[in-house]
Design a protein around this ligand. Structure first.
Ligand code: MN3
Length: 206
């Protein structure tokens, strides 16, 4: 039986200051992310996890293979587990603020410029009603990158798209510091995006 564990944060809780505060990072990682880990393990146990030995992204890509009794909890907790794992990896206290290499070229092709990409991504993030995520994904069917949003913890894997970069716009991601000021949170988050990581992820696919 595969048991998922809370992944280690690749930097200290206070290292994304002042853009994302220490207390938010601690609660978000140790409490919220842990709850998705626990929920995922419980859901897998309920259907005999040994029958589903694939990594969670592969399970999310083929939710119909999961017994109906656990499909919605695996969608939620499995998405929550994997979305947050990626979210931590795609942030970095020391970044140069711009994508490079093949990803930079693809952004120019599909969004005209990096500035325009950021504008469209931010507008999508702000348009989410309630809780959800805004994503830069790779669409393997058309071999292109796209921006999309999902509700709650639904992962792009569930629609066969590969998440490259995700922004958590649940209130728990920003409320302590920003209260209702989601636009300010989104704007400040760009300062901590780990473009090296996102670019490498893209290079492995395209
Ligand atoms: Mn979250």
């Amino acid at each position: 039986m595969v048991h998922y564990e809370l992944p280690r944060l690749p930097y200290g809780y206070d290292e994304l200051e002042p853009f994302i505060d220490k207390e938010t990072m601690q609660i978000h990682h140790k409490k919220h992310h842990q709850s998705y880990v626990d929920g995922l393990n419980k859901s897998l146990e309920s259907i005999g996890g040994d029958a589903h030995p694939k990594y969670i992204s592969a399970i999310l890509s083929d939710l119909n293979s999961v017994p109906e009794s656990a499909r919605s909890t695996i969608n939620f907790f499995g998405g929550g587990f994997e979305n947050h794992r990626l979210f931590w990896e795609t942030m970095n206290p020391k970044n140069d603020g711009v994508p490079g290499g093949k990803l930079e070229d693809a952004i120019d092709v599909y969004f005209d410029s990096f500035d325009n990409f950021k504008k469209i991504f931010s507008e999508n993030a702000l348009s989410i009603q309630g809780s959800g995520w805004c994503w830069l994904v790779f669409n393997p069917t058309y071999n292109k990158i796209e921006i999309m949003t999902t509700s709650n913890q639904t992962s792009p894997w569930t629609v066969q798209k590969t998440p490259l970069l995700g922004l958590d716009v649940w209130e728990h991601a920003y409320y302590l510091k920003y209260q209702n000021r989601r636009p300010e949170y989104v704007q400040n988050w760009w300062n901590v995006v780990n473009w090296d990581y996102v670019g490498n992820r893209f290079s492995e696919l395209a």
